[in-house]
Design a protein around this ligand. Structure first.
Ligand SMILES: [Zn+2]
Length: 271
């Protein structure tokens, strides 16, 4: 298991990489997103960004704006969004990323009939999967909430398209989510990446681990029973110290406190 952090797109990407590097994270999940991490800005700054990644020996995963529609009712708007995704995939591939996480639709489901919502999602995700694989990226789809796409609808999607999934444990645990266990019961084998954050089990709050009501020891132990891959802490607190605390908490839950303390012996001494 390796632990990553996601840049806030409001901040300089290079400064975010340095912050996560000093905190000892294993990888960065770069959200390629307005305003400071657009594909254009990433391309223009590529050398400095790559130098920062190399200086911390960071792996790179990528993530895309949750507000990019994948089932937009207007086809020309959907086409333009697919083009924006493709531009972001170009930037991701320049950074050496291999995985790309997108979300299901965010527009209220009443805008179009549900079968159309599902069919349009499948059509767009097929297009995006092709665009991604042409750039050496594996497309992963993230659970958002039940209004966005249900477990049943994910099953329909996966019956038509063989792609992986990013399990967002926080999203699955909101009142609109359908619960982590129900996702695990259906999609264990598809889970290629995980997002972890806490909430009050009602709304999507991206709280530090332990600050909400998700039973973290239980969630981590269930995850550990079948998974040993990348986990991004998607904690959105303005005080970034909570990221480092979250990393320690996850390591203690995963390895036990003693092993966690012992691992510190292998960390770079502070300058
Ligand atoms: Zn997420």
């Amino acid at each position: 298991m390796i632990i990553g952090a996601m840049n806030s797109p409001k901040n300089s990407l290079v400064e975010e990489i340095q912050l996560f590097g000093e905190m000892g994270f294993d990888f960065v999940e770069v959200t390629i997103e307005h305003p400071s991490a657009t594909p254009e800005k990433i391309m223009a700054n590529k050398k400095t960004i790559m130098d920062a990644f190399h200086s911390y020996n960071f792996g790179v995963l990528t993530h895309y704006p949750w507000y990019f529609s994948v089932a937009h009712p207007y086809s020309r708007i959907q086409d333009a969004i697919v083009q924006e995704f493709a531009k972001a995939f170009d930037a991701a591939s320049e950074l050496g990323a291999k995985k790309a996480t997108i979300h299901t639709e965010f527009l209220p489901s009443g805008i179009q009939d549900r079968p159309i919502h599902v069919a349009k999602t499948i059509e767009t995700v097929k297009r995006l999967s092709k665009e991604a694989s042409e750039r050496g990226l594996q497309l992963l789809i993230e659970n958002f909430n039940q209004g966005s796409f249900s477990i049943k609808e994910f099953k329909t999607l996966f019956s038509e398209l063989d792609i992986g999934m990013t399990l967002d444990i926080g999203h699955a645990s909101t009142s609109e989510g359908e619960g982590m266990n129900n996702y695990l019961a259906q999609f264990k084998k598809r889970i290629s990446h995980v997002h972890l954050h806490d909430n009050d089990r009602r709304s999507d709050q991206h709280l530090p681990l332990g600050a909400g009501k998700i039973d973290m020891p239980k969630a981590v132990s269930e995850l550990k029973s079948f998974y040993d891959g990348t986990i991004t802490l998607e904690i959105h607190s303005s005080d970034r110290e909570y990221l480092k605390i979250g990393k320690d908490k996850l390591e203690i839950l995963w390895y036990g406190r003693e092993h966690h303390e012992r691992n510190k012996n292998y960390q770079q001494p502070k300058k």
